[in-house]
Design a protein around this ligand. Structure first.
Ligand SMILES: Nc1nc2c(ncn2[C@@H]2O[C@H](COP(=O)(O)OP(=O)(O)O)[C@@H](O)[C@H]2O)c(=O)[nH]1
Ligand SMILES: [Mg+2]
Ligand SMILES: [Zn+2]
Ligand SMILES: [Zn+2]
Length: 234
């Protein structure tokens, strides 16, 4: 695509992402953009989260061709909907807006998790209106991925390093190598190593999630108080 067309598409997306952001604020919802390679463990981490928190979770799962992830999340007790993108290798703000339209269960939650298409490239370029970017990176992908896909890691608020139960089987792979690569790409390194298999580290992730959720909830309370002051007569 030609550069000007590309720029105007991105400008339109940013505009719609801003619109989504207003919806999320109004609903007092923490919205997360969950990105990572195919098979890094995005869906599994959500399943494991559901069992370990009282937060009400809803999820949108993007997939090129199936709704299998949404079905898995529903089976785990998460209100979930799929977005089938067809040939598109990333979500954009319009797809998210459409999927959330008239979906009460999606809004009736504390945290909306948007599982993006498995891809370390363009999902990072399209703002969806989320409060935070969470990258799910598995130990089996090797320590160099942050260096090879710097655009995505530069925008990450948190990296979940998954499948740490497999570390004993991976030669030449350790958590400190990943941290070193993140230090070269993430503005402020925030990484939580975890295993959905053993449950190790999941409590740290839930702690992060609850902290972010509380920040959104207090922001919503403050905004409501402002509105009350403004509508008071006299
Ligand atoms: N050993 C191990 N396997 C995992 C872990 N998390 C996910 N997996 C496996 O990795 C595969 C891909 O996981 P999935 O959640 O579907 O990845 P997604 O494509 O990123 O959503 C599945 O077979 C999972 O069972 C983990 O912590 N440890
Ligand atoms: Mg998945
Ligand atoms: Zn709208
Ligand atoms: Zn794409």
């Amino acid at each position: 695509v030609d550069v000007e067309v590309q720029e105007s598409l991105l400008a339109e997306n940013d505009h719609l992402a801003g619109h989504n952001r207003e919806h999320f604020r109004e609903a007092g919802l923490l919205a997360l953009n969950l990105m990572g390679s195919p098979g890094s463990g995005k869906t599994t981490v959500l399943e494991a989260t559901r069992a370990r928190t009282d937060l009400r979770l809803s999820a949108l799962s993007a997939d090129l061709a199936t709704d299998r992830d949404a079905a898995r999340l529903q089976a785990a007790g998460i209100a979930a909907r799929s977005i089938t993108t067809g040939s598109a290798c990333h979500l954009d703000a319009r797809m998210v807006h459409e999927a959330l339209h008239h979906w009460d269960a999606g809004w009736d939650a504390d945290v909306l998790c948007i599982e993006n298409v498995g891809n370390l490239v363009c999902p990072a370029i399209y703002d969806l209106g989320q409060d935070a970017n969470v990258i799910v990176l598995s130990v089996t992908e090797g320590p160099d991925k942050p260096l090879k896909y710097p655009v995505m890691f530069r925008k990450a608020d948190l990296v979940l390093l998954t499948k740490i139960d497999l570390l004993p089987y991976l030669r030449g792979m350790d958590v400190e190598d990943i941290r070193a690569a993140l230090e070269r790409t993430m503005p402020e390194v925030r990484m939580i190593p975890l295993s959905a298999e053993t449950g190790e580290g999941v409590a740290d992730w839930v702690g992060w999630l609850e902290g972010r959720r509380n920040a959104v909830a207090s922001r919503a309370t403050a905004a409501a108080a402002d509105r009350d002051i403004m509508v008071q007569p006299g």
